[in-house]
Design a protein around this ligand. Structure first.
Ligand code: AMP
Length: 273
């Protein structure tokens, strides 16, 4: 596995290669969720390229940028064992300068749900994803459905800016008890870990209700709120796959999303129905 930290060096190297490239952008502290993205990329592309970059512009003041988990050596090993060909490992000065051109997330879809509690977060996400896509110029780029709003906005960016990369969504990987894997789970105490389960349980109960033909969105959201008690819930929302509000579940076109604070840790989860 080749490890490169300089964007121009990576571009020059990739220019010498004529092959399909599957790209998996991450912020490191890799877990089975990331590995599943890598596996998907491995199955469809000749070259698999992973980036590890904790992007400062998507963290708001007071968020966990400085203590975001970092496991460089373990991450390198995981990539190498997972069949990654190239690991792109830049630092902030390789990606950003003082006075920057940046992308602005759309005013409506970028400032609802997670965008409400983290205003500006998605502008940082889109800016870095655009930079990374321009550096790597991949055939396909892989993103987790767990970050459903991020995935929706990246799809929107690719469409609206007429980019030619194929965005591939990948299912959420969970612990055996249902908790969605996240690099931030290591912040949870034992007690918080138990409380966090309420998030996936609320989604599970919502799915059961829908299976029994309860399709009214407000009824489902009310039940979810009950299950999530006493967590501090940022939102429970049920939308269609274009992130528009719906009143009745549309099977095959709906997403149920939850964001809750467990202790000081903000956790996201969702199901696609
Ligand atoms: P992160 O390192 O948290 O920025 O995540 C990098 C990529 O991995 C993003 O596309 C995430 O949506 C995806 N991802 C994170 N957690 C999971 C998971 N549990 N299952 C599948 N994909 C995930």
């Amino acid at each position: 596995m080749k490890i490169i930290s300089n964007p121009l060096e990576l571009k020059a190297y990739l220019n010498t290669i004529d092959a399909s490239i599957g790209f998996v952008p991450t912020m490191g502290a890799l877990h089975e969720g990331h590995i599943s993205l890598i596996r998907e990329a491995r199955s469809k592309n000749e070259i698999v390229l992973v980036s590890i970059f904790v992007n400062p512009t998507q963290f708001l003041k007071g968020e966990d940028l400085d203590k975001y988990p970092s496991r460089d050596e373990a991450d390198k090993k995981i990539c190498s064992l997972s069949g990654v060909d190239i690991l792109f490992f830049p630092n902030a000065a390789d990606i950003y300068t003082e006075d920057e051109v940046s992308l602005q997330a759309p005013n409506v879809r970028g400032y609802v749900l997670e965008g409400t509690s983290r205003p500006g977060h998605f502008s940082g996400v889109l800016t870095v994803v655009m930079k990374l896509l321009n550096i790597v110029n991949p055939t396909r780029a892989y993103f987790g459905k767990k970050d459903a709003q991020q995935l929706n906005l990246i799809n929107l960016m690719v469409k609206q800016l007429f980019m030619s990369v194929e965005i591939v969504p990948v299912d959420t990987v969970r612990e055996s008890d249902g908790l969605a894997l996240s690099s931030r789970n290591i912040y949870l105490s034992e007690l918080e870990r138990k409380e966090a389960l309420k998030i996936s349980v609320s989604l599970h109960i919502a799915s059961i209700m829908i299976g029994k033909n309860t399709l009214n969105v407000n009824e489902i959201k009310e039940k979810m709120r009950e299950v999530l008690e006493p967590l501090e819930v940022s939102y429970t929302e049920i939308l269609n796959r274009d992130f528009e509000i719906i009143e009745k579940i549309e099977i095959g076109n709906s997403i149920i999303l939850v964001e809750a604070l467990v202790g000081n840790t903000r956790l996201l989860d969702n199901v696609w129905l």
